[in-house]
Design a protein around this ligand. Structure first.
Ligand SMILES: Nc1ncnc2c1ncn2[C@@H]1O[C@H](COP(=O)(O)OP(=O)(O)O)[C@@H](O)[C@H]1O
Ligand SMILES: [Mg+2]
Length: 207
C-alpha cells in the first residue's frame, strides 16, 4: 500500500503526520519504507535527530527511482510543492493520498487546487483513494473554523473525509523537535488518542 501524504500548502502537517504514522506502523510490528521527496527535508532531518538520540532508526529514502524497486507492504511518501515533478510521479504510483487540511479558507482553496493537479496526473480508470482530514483543529469549541472546514471538505465529491481530527497541540510539534513518536513522548495523552484513532482508521486491518 503506497500512501502519499500531500497538499500544496506548507505547514499543513504532512511531515508531522507521516513521521508519526511511520513510527505507529513500527509500533504495530509492521515494516515500513518512507520516502522524503520534499526538498525541505523535514522527514530526513527528524530521522537524523532520532539517529543522534540513538532511538530506533527510521530509514528515509530520497530518490524517487527507488520507489520503482520497492515492494514493502507499507510505503509512506512525503512530498512538497517545491518539487512538483516528484509529487506528481509519487501520486501516479500511489494507492491513496492522505491530505491534511488546516482549518482556514486559504487551505481549502489550496486543497481544491491540489485536487485538480491530482486529477491531471492520474488516469480516470485508476482507483486512487483521496482521504482528507482536518489537522491543527482548534481546541476551543467556540471557534467554528474546524467544523466549517470539515463541512466544506465533505462537499467535495472526489474525496473521502476522515472524521478524525488532530488538534493544534504542542505535543505534535514536539514529536518533530525531539524525534519521537506521539506514543513515545506522551502515551495516553489527548494527542496520542487523537493520533491513534486516525492511524487505526487508515490501517483498519491493524487496529
Ligand atoms: N496538529 C498539530 N499540532 C501542533 N503543531 C503541528 C500540528 N501539525 C503540524 N504541526 C507543526 O507545524 C509545523 C509544520 O508542520 P509540518 O509537518 O512540517 O508541515 P508540512 O510538512 O505540511 O510543511 C511543524 O512545527 C509541526 O510540528
Ligand atoms: Mg514537510
Amino acid at each position: 500500500m503506497i500512501t502519499v501524504i500531500a497538499n500544496l500548502k506548507g505547514g499543513s502537517g504532512k511531515s508531522t503526520v507521516l513521521f508519526n504514522l511511520a513510527l505507529w506502523l513500527k509500533e504495530q510490528g509492521e515494516h515500513v519504507t518512507t520516502f522524503d521527496l520534499d526538498p525541505q527535508g523535514t522527514l530526513s532531518d527528524v530521522a537524523e535527530v532520532r539517529k543522534d538520540e540513538q532511538f530506533e532508526e527510521l530509514d528515509v529514502l530520497t530518490d524517487i527511482n527507488e520507489l520503482y524497486h520497492c515492494f514493502d507492504k507499507n510505503i509512506l511518501i512525503d512530498v512538497g510543492a517545491s518539487n512538483m515533478q516528484d509529487m506528481k510521479k509519487a501520486i501516479s504510483k500511489a494507492d491513496r493520498v492522505l491530505i491534511p487540511v488546516s482549518p482556514s479558507q486559504p487551505d481549502l482553496w489550496a486543497t481544491q487546487r491540489f485536487l485538480k493537479i491530482v486529477k491531471e496526473c492520474v488516469p480516470d480508470n485508476k482507483a486512487l483513494e483521496l482521504l482528507a482530514f482536518v489537522n491543527r483543529a482548534d481546541t476551543n469549541k467556540i471557534v467554528r473554523e474546524s467544523d466549517e472546514t470539515e463541512e466544506a471538505l465533505n462537499g467535495i465529491k472526489s474525496i473521502k473525509v476522515l472524521p478524525y481530527r488532530l488538534c493544534q497541540r504542542t505535543m505534535f510539534r514536539r514529536t518533530l523537535s525531539e524525534g519521537m513518536s506521539i506514543n513515545e513522548i506522551a502515551p495516553n495523552s489527548k494527542s496520542a488518542k487523537e493520533f491513534n484513532m486516525l492511524a487505526s482508521a487508515l490501517y483498519v486491518e491493524l487496529a
